[in-house]
Design a protein around this ligand. Structure first.
Ligand SMILES: [Zn+2]
Length: 144
C-alpha cells in the first residue's frame, strides 16, 4: 500500500511601500516580503504540486496594487474584503498577511485537485547599514 505524499512549495514575492501606524505616525518606507506556502500531492503528469508561474499570475496583480504605494487608504486593499479594509486602515505585517491569505486561498485552491494554500507569511524589513534587515514577520496558518 502506498501513502500519497503531501508536499509543500514556497513562493516568495517582495515589494516596497510606505505606511504609517498609530504608534509611528510619520510616513516611512519598508521592504515587504510575502511568502506563500502551498501544499498538495505531486502531480505525476507534470512533476509539480502547482506550476509556480500560475501562482505568480494570481499574486502579482495584488502586489502591483501595493508596490511603491502608500498602504494607508490603498485602493487595491480597500477594494477587497474586510481583511483588505483592515489592512488599509492599519497596514501591519499582521493585517497584510491576513489580506493575502484571504485573497489567495480560493484562487490557489482552484489551481489543482487536492492543492491548498497552507500558510502566508509577511515579513517587514528596514534599511540597515548592511542592507535590508528583517524587523519581524506575521504568519497565517490556513486550516481546513
Ligand atoms: Zn513601519
Amino acid at each position: 500500500m502506498t501513502m500519497e505524499q503531501r508536499l509543500t512549495i514556497n513562493v516568495p514575492f517582495e515589494f516596497r511601500a510606505t505606511h504609517w501606524l498609530p504608534v509611528r505616525s510619520d510616513p516611512h518606507d519598508h521592504g515587504f516580503q510575502l511568502m506563500l506556502t502551498i501544499e498538495g500531492p505531486l502531480n505525476p503528469t507534470n512533476g509539480f504540486v502547482v506550476d509556480m508561474y500560475e501562482v505568480r499570475k494570481i499574486v502579482e496583480p495584488l502586489i502591483d496594487g501595493l508596490k511603491g504605494s502608500t498602504l494607508n487608504g490603498n485602493q487595491s486593499l480597500q477594494r477587497g474584503s474586510s481583511a483588505g479594509k483592515l489592512a488599509a486602515t492599519y497596514p501591519t505585517c499582521e493585517t497584510l498577511a491576513s489580506y493575502f491569505a484571504d485573497a489567495c486561498t480560493g484562487p490557489i485552491g482552484r489551481l489543482a485537485t487536492g492543492v491548498k494554500l497552507k500558510a502566508v507569511e509577511m515579513h517587514i524589513l528596514n534599511d540597515g547599514s548592511g542592507g535590508m534587515e528583517e524587523w519581524g514577520f506575521a504568519r497565517v496558518e490556513i486550516g481546513g
